[in-house]
Design a protein around this ligand. Structure first.
Ligand code: SAM
Ligand code: SF4
Length: 358
């Protein structure tokens, strides 16, 4: 494989070499995934992400002209694929609020080099759309579902979620073959941690993979406090006491979840421990916000604007050059460096999770 960091012109080099391109950052991490936040709006108000007190009816979300069009998103994704990105994830905000999502999925699925096209969703609107999305070329979905207790679920969706509809969405996704389905659970102490085992019990024996996520200090508006974080280690001990587990290796080097299988064969679970066990070392994700800013870290304070060049007529080669340049300069590892003075410097200026999609 060729590293474009060695070359002045990544596209030309790769075409000439006719072999897979790898674009590596300053810490030698390849650009492998692109997360595309389609829109900043959401039909939920999860307090850990978009608390209703902050995101009220007068909040000014991006207007349609401020958001990238699907053609512009496709141009960025095409350039990323040309630089070695093989995995795309649609996220948000809530991606299912985009009425023309199936058309975009079809366009992304047809890009050369893309072998994994996934979507993260709260699944409220998924049931009627799952088959259409699968037919358009979506490979799989990750569904966020924080509790199976009706009251806890409602609280964690900011009073907007309907548990029955989310479960119907998961069922429809399974029928449509949008699998393996992952179920993301943000665990917050004193809020839903007491319901985590019940949720695991529900999905044991299914092919779905529940991933328990530590409540992260992303953004500046969710009132994050360390005492609300339930360390994965603590949860693991509790789970193992009920259902013995064995660790399994990563599917690929940059996989964020630590994987475990139930010893009794009832399936797989994972832990995403960004707070207690940061994983910047192999991070291969670029993130595109709905307004066309490229971020190279979930905890970024600044990004690279792609919308202006796109609207000023940048062709594929120019977009590719901006992407490559941004990635080659990347040296972010906020999670690993998480220290009070850095956190202080980041305070009030980090980009919000719903803008770059988790
Ligand atoms: C921002 S959401 C966007 C996609 C979609 N609306 C959903 O909820 O699946 C993507 C993921 O980020 C997670 N998330 C949001 N805020 C978080 C936080 N503070 N800590 C950990 N995970 C968070 C959500 O639980 C979700 O799984
Ligand atoms: S986590 Fe997803 S569903 Fe919840 S508010 Fe954020 S974007 Fe919306």
């Amino acid at each position: 494989m060729q590293n474009v960091a060695m070359s002045n012109d990544p596209l030309q080099q790769s075409i000439a070499a006719a072999e897979p391109v790898v674009t590596r950052d300053a810490l030698r991490r390849p650009m492998h995934d692109l997360r595309i936040s389609l829109l900043d709006r959401c039909n939920f108000r999860c307090p850990y992400c978009m608390p209703a007190s902050e995101y009220h009816e007068d909040y000014e979300f991006l207007t349609r002209p401020e958001r990238l069009t699907h053609e512009e998103i496709l141009a960025v994704a095409r350039a990323a694929a040309g630089l070695g990105v093989s995995k795309l994830r649609l996220t948000g905000g809530e991606p299912l609020l985009d009425r023309k999502l199936p058309e975009l999925v079809a366009g992304l699925a047809s890009l050369a080099g893309v072998d994994d096209l996934a979507m993260t969703t709260n699944a409220m609107l998924l049931a009627p759309l799952a088959k259409t999305l699968a037919d358009a070329g979506l490979h799989r979905v990750t569904v966020s579902l924080d509790s199976l207790d009706e009251d806890v679920f409602r609280t964690m969706s900011g009073g907007r979620g309907d548990l029955g509809r989310v479960l119907a969405g998961i069922e429809a996704a399974e029928e449509a073959g949008l699998s393996p389905i992952k179920i993301n659970v943000v665990v917050q102490r004193g809020v839903n941690d007491h319901t985590a085992l019940e949720l695991l019990s529900h999905f044991r024996g299914t092919p779905h993979i529940v991933r328990l996520i530590e409540f992260m200090d992303v953004g500046n508006r969710n009132g994050w406090q360390e005492r609300q974080v339930v360390p994965s280690r603590e949860l693991l001990t509790k789970i193992e006491a009920r259902w013995p587990l064995r660790p399994v290796g990563r599917n690929y080097p940059a996989e964020v979840a630590r994987r475990y299988q139930y010893l009794d064969g009832a399936g797989e679970i994972g832990f995403i421990s960004s707070v207690t066990e940061p994983f910047c070392g192999a991070c291969s994700r670029a993130r595109l916000s709905a307004d066309g800013t490229l971020y190279t870290c979930l905890f970024a304070t600044h990004g690279t604007d792609l919308r202006e060049p796109l609207r000023n007529g940048a062709d594929d080669e120019e977009v590719s050059e901006i992407l490559a340049r941004t990635w080659l300069q990347r040296a972010d590892r906020y999670s690993e460096l998480r220290r009070p003075e850095i956190a202080e410097a980041h305070h009030f200026s980090k980009v919000e999770m719903y803008r770059i999609g988790g």
